[in-house]
Design a protein around this ligand. Sequence first.
Ligand code: MG
Length: 277
Amino acid sequence: MRRRHSSIELKSTDEIVRMRAAGLVVAEGLAAMSQAAVAGVSTWELDRIGREVIARNGATSSFLGYAFPPFPGVICSSRNDAVVHGIPSKTDVLADGDLISIDYGAIVAGWHADAAVTVEVGAVSDEARALSSACERALWDGIAAAKVGGRLSDISHAVETSVARSGSYGVVENYGGHGIGTAMHMDPHLLNYGKPGRGPHLVEGMALAIEPMITLGSARTKELPDEWTVVTSDGSWAAHWEHTIALLEDGLWVLTAADGGRAELGSRGVRLSGLAG
Ligand code: MG
């Protein structure tokens, strides 16, 4: 019987190594799509690149066919006032100055990895650049707070305080991070705000997708009639960054970062697993 921590799936080191294979597919695809995200390119074309990377690696998509109505893409492409879950489309064409979140998940041998980046299309406003930077910084500050022996909400609190240090942004409350492993969305749900020292204890073998979503205005969101796209209720722009991480006995491993998290976490004094290279 699989080892569990209450309702949370715990992975062996071998299983985390298998999740890393999925994480590297996600990293490769996001890098390729980020490069391709220029003015005039549709989000459908980005999705096609995501499909090619998945196919080339013998992986499958975590997103395609997910839930109901079945999600039709391998990426969620969420532009400007869209926060998450945007549907890639031939008519959704990138323009200079846009901010687009690309969220992408892959399955290798039954194990999932999930990550998102926000890409600046051409020259974006200072305000938009600062928004995305604040969100990316909050992601890494949240990751740095994930330590064996700590509690789940230590991550939530680190994300929230990082965002507050960066400026006056809305922290989206209706969506958050999640456990991940043999499925994309598993227990526990991870809020992007809250007091530290609460929730499940963080133990070896946990894998979490950490994903702050912040806005230039209201934290409130609404879903569009397509039943997927989540936009800000006030039309303000949003940013979204995400990584899948694993907690090992000897430290952290950012499974969806090509370098395992070394560049960002080294400067934060975080202990990385020897497996992170
Ligand atoms: Mg996710």
